[in-house]
Design a protein around this ligand. Structure first.
Ligand code: NIG
Ligand code: FE
Length: 424
C-alpha cells in the first residue's frame, strides 16, 4: 500500500469538535507539536509525535515539512468562480463614491458581467476560471463552493454549470456547485418580475434532471429580489431536493435570513445588516453564518457582527466571495486576515471558520475540514511560526506546500505541474 509521512511539522492545528462548531468551541483547537502525519492511500492514518521510522516500508515516501505549521486544507464556501471578462472599467466610478447597487441600476455591475459571460465561449470561461483555481490552490484552498449566476437565462447558466463540472474533474480543488439563477433581474424583465421568477423555477427542473447543481442560491436584497420572491424560489428548490444557500442582509435586512432559516438553508451569506432577533433565531439552528469580509473591505462597507454572532452561539464560516464586482481577489488568506483584524475573530476561530464549519455547510465534514485519523489528507503547510502569525502577518501568501488527498499539488509555493499527483 502506498504511504506518505509528512515529518518535521512544527505545530499542527485542527478543530476536532463535531460541527456545526459554535460559541466557545470555535476557538478550542487541538494542537500537536513536533509531529508527523502518516497517510495511506490519501487518508490520514496517524498523527503522532516522536519516532515514525517503524511506519516506513518500501512504498513509503517521506516529505520534510522543515518546521512549517500544518492546518487542514482551506475550504472557501462562497465563490463566483466562473464569469466572462472583468470590471476594472467600473473601478474609478466606485472609488469616486458611486454605490454598488447604483452601478447595477445603471446596467453595470452584475449585468455588465452577464453580457461578458454570455459572449464568452465554454473554452474562454474554462481557461479564465482554471487560472483562478490555480491561484486559489497556491493560497492553500483545497475545496470550494462555486455559483453560476452571470447568465440569467438557461443557456448561459447551463454553460457555466458545465464549465464548473468539467473543472471539478480536471484539477485538484473539489468544486461544489450552486445554481444562482436569481442573481439579478435581467433588463428585459424589468416590468415582468414574476415572469422571471417563474422562469427560474421552471429551469430548476432541468438543472435537477441534468444533475448540474447541488445547491440553489438567491440574492435577496433591496433592489434585487425581496423576501417573498426569495421564498418562492427556495421553496421550489427544496421540494426538488436542492440544498439551499442565500445571499442576504448585505445592505438591508429585508427578511431573507428568516426565509433561509425557515427553509433550513445550509448557509446565510453576507449578514452585515443582520438583526439581533435573527442572530438569536439563528443560534438555535444548524445554519451557518457565512461571512464575507473581503467584500466589506472592497466595497468600503460595514463588517458583519462576527463577535456578536459567535458570542451568541451561531456557527460561523468565512469565505472569499471571489467575484468580478465586489471581491476581485483570489487571496483567501487575506480574507482570513481581515476576519481577524476587522471581524475581531481570534486566529483559532478563523481557522474553524475556514475548515470544519464550511465543511459542514457542504456536507463533507465526515471526510474533510479537520486533521483526524480516517479523514482525507487535505493538508496545507504554512511557513509560519504559529497560527497567530498566519493571521497577523497579512497580505502575503504563507503557503509552503499543499497536499490533496495525500498528493503533493503545491510544492514550495509552486504548482506541481509535471507529475501533478506524485511526490517528487
Ligand atoms: O456576493 N451580492 C451578490 N453577488 C456578488 C457580487 C457579484 C458581482 O458584483 O458580480 C456578491 O457580492
Ligand atoms: Fe456572493
Amino acid at each position: 500500500m502506498k504511504s506518505l509521512i509528512i515529518y518535521n511539522i512544527k505545530t499542527l492545528y485542527t478543530n476536532n469538535h463535531q460541527p456545526p462548531v459554535k460559541g466557545e468551541l470555535m476557538k478550542d483547537l487541538v494542537t500537536f507539536n513536533d509531529c508527523y502525519i502518516f497517510i495511506e492511500e490519501g487518508i490520514i492514518k496517524k498523527i503522532g509525535t516522536g519516532d515514525y521510522h517503524n511506519l516506513i516500508n518500501d512504498n513509503t515516501k517521506l516529505y520534510n515539512a522543515e518546521q512549517a505549521i500544518a492546518i487542514p486544507g482551506l475550504i472557501d464556501s462562497h465563490t463566483h468562480l466562473v464569469f466572462g471578462g472583468s470590471r476594472e472599467h467600473e473601478f474609478s466610478k466606485k472609488i469616486s463614491g458611486v454605490d454598488y447597487l447604483d452601478i447595477l441600476k445603471q446596467g453595470g455591475g452584475i449585468l455588465s458581467t452577464v453580457k461578458q459571460t454570455k459572449q464568452a465561449s465554454f473554452e474562454e470561461l474554462y481557461l479564465q476560471a482554471k487560472k483562478t483555481l490555480d491561484e486559489m490552490l497556491l493560497f492553500g484552498v483545497t475545496t470550494i463552493e462555486a455559483k453560476s449566476g452571470y447568465g440569467l437565462e438557461l443557456q448561459t447558466e447551463i454553460k457555466t454549470l458545465q464549465v464548473l463540472k468539467q473543472l471539478n474533474e480536471d484539477q485538484p480543488i473539489d468544486i461544489h456547485i450552486t445554481y444562482l439563477g436569481a442573481h439579478a433581474l435581467p433588463v428585459e424583465y424589468k416590468n415582468r418580475r414574476n415572469e422571471f421568477i417563474d422562469k427560474v423555477i421552471e429551469d430548476l427542473l432541468i438543472i435537477k434532471k441534468e444533475g448540474l447543481a447541488e445547491y440553489v442560491d438567491v440574492f435577496c436584497e433591496t433592489g434585487v429580489f425581496d423576501a417573498k420572491e426569495t421564498k418562492k424560489i427556495l421553496k421550489a428548490a427544496k421540494l426538488l431536493g436542492f440544498k439551499l444557500r442565500v445571499h442576504t442582509d448585505e445592505i438591508d435586512s429585508i427578511g431573507g435570513t428568516q426565509v433561509a432559516l425557515n427553509l433550513e438553508a445550509k448557509t446565510v451569506d453576507h449578514l452585515m445588516a443582520i438583526t439581533d432577533k435573527d442572530i438569536k433565531e439563528m443560534a438555535k439552528t444548524d445554519t451557518i453564518a457565512n461571512l464575507l469580509p473581503s467584500t466589506s473591505f472592497f466595497l468600503n462597507k460595514s463588517y458583519a457582527p462576527a463577535r456578536k454572532l459567535i458570542d451568541s452561539g451561531v456557527a460561523v464560516s468565512v469565505s472569499s466571495d471571489y467575484n468580478p464586482g465586489s471581491t476581485p481577489s483570489e487571496n483567501y488568506q487575506l480574507t482570513l486576515q481581515i476576519s481577524g483584524n476587522k471581524l475581531r475573530m481570534l486566529p483559532s476561530e478563523v481557522l474553524t471558520a475556514a475548515t470544519i464549519n464550511p465543511a459542514f455547510s457542504l456536507d463533507i465534514d465526515k471526510n474533510k475540514g479537520s486533521l483526524e485519523e480516517g479523514k482525507d489528507a487535505d493538508i496545507v503547510l504554512l511557513n509560519c511560526k504559529n497560527l497567530d502569525y498566519f493571521i497577523y502577518h497579512y497580505g502575503i501568501n504563507h503557503t509552503k506546500s499543499v497536499f490533496k488527498k495525500g498528493k503533493l499539488v503545491v510544492k514550495d509555493r509552486n504548482l506541481v505541474k509535471e507529475k501533478p499527483y506524485e511526490i517528487s
